[in-house]
Ligand binder design. Structure first.
Ligand code: UDP
Ligand code: MG
Length: 315
């Protein structure tokens, strides 16, 4: 029997989490040689999610609930779940969303691939479900940019993954305090396989991400995965220098030849152009400094408020 730890970050899903758990159990029934245990991480929900999780844990010995001290965000909730999985005696770890947008029907296929020796089995979005067009474009642009910059392929990746425990342990060695799970697992390497899935409609509730949080995740992801924007600053400087040298020579020549005209338009344009370039460059450097600042503080990724009481198997 292989032990599988199913990690689910849960944020304001009181109505959904019970149904999700049953659906996952149902799907796992097809994998007869797997023993699953669930880690449900309540990411500081403001509804009755924790009551729901405690109830589920009280009724089943294979459910463990972890309640974070406030809403730390999905990434931190995932960390809490993976840390718990690492501390258990599981052989593999399945990570999925609580809202059933990651269809449990894929689980048997993922488990089979893991059994065949794949260390990272990733769910890949075959279709993105119903999303606003703007969001879809932004997501495409974002993954295109970060993929190009970092050299990893992020197209249609998701957080729906089955990781062998050795991968989870390797992940545990990555020390950044602000994490980007998809990127980190891509960086880890190992034998990989992909399972395409169609993103299902959300059954209840609504997406817990605000536009601002998504933007922050995008900035975090880019700044933690590549320093390419910093090099852009240098390249931009070199490009400007290439313009500056001939322009400077010409200006000097005109001055010396006594044919310098009042070129205010050029001066204003140059000032505007260089001013904004310098500001943007400072901003890019600032993003990285902020990131360094966040990392050197070395704060814990999450804090646990309480967990459901530990129970041995079979009591
Ligand atoms: N989630 C979380 N903390 C948050 C926001 C979301 O733990 O601050 C969880 C949520 O319960 C769900 C998963 O992360 O299990 C994905 O969230 P959501 O469905 O809101 O994101 P989307 O599907 O729109 O990417
Ligand atoms: Mg969702």
């Amino acid at each position: 029997m292989a032990e599988l730890s199913v990690v689910i970050p849960v944020f304001n899903e009181a109505e959904q989490i019970g149904a999700t758990l049953s659906a996952v159990r149902e799907a796992l029934r097809a994998c007869d040689d797997v023993n699953a245990a669930f880690v449900l991480v309540d990411d500081g929900s403001s509804d009755r999610t924790w009551d729901a999780i405690s109830g589920l844990a009280a009724n089943a010995a294979d459910v463990r609930g972890i309640r974070l001290s406030r809403n730390f965000g999905k990434e931190a909730a995932l960390c809490a779940g993976l840390d718990a999985a690492r501390a258990s005696d599981a052989d593999a770890c399945l990570v999925m969303d609580a809202d059933l947008q990651h269809p449990p029907e894929c689980i048997p296929r993922m488990v089979a691939l893991w059994r065949e020796g794949c260390d990272v089995v990733e769910g890949v979005k075959a279709s993105r479900g119903r999303e606003r067009l703007l969001y879809r474009w932004l997501a495409r642009a974002f993954y295109g940019v970060i993929g190009r910059l970092s050299g990893f392929d992020f197209d249609d990746v998701s957080d729906y993954k089955l990781l062998d425990m050795k991968v989870v342990r390797a992940w545990g060695k990555m020390g950044e305090s602000r994490t980007f799970f998809r990127g980190m697992t891509a960086w880890l390497g190992y034998r990989r396989a992909a399972v395409p899935f169609d993103v299902a409609e959300r059954k209840t509730g609504r997406s817990g991400w605000s536009a601002f949080q998504l933007l922050r995740l995008a900035m975090d992801a880019i700044s933690s995965f590549t320093s390419a924007p910093l090099h852009f600053v240098t390249i931009l400087g070199l490009l400007l220098l290439a313009f500056a040298v001939p322009l400077g020579v010409q200006t000097l020549y005109n001055k010396l030849a006594g044919i310098a005209v009042d070129g205010f338009t050029t001066v204003i344009l140059l000032l505007l152009l260089i001013g904004s370039t310098v500001m943007i460059s400072l901003g890019i450097i600032g993003v990285y400094i902020a990131r360094i600042f966040d990392e050197v503080k070395h704060r814990p990724r999450y804090l646990v408020q309480e967990t459901t009481p530990a129970r041995g198997q079979g009591d």
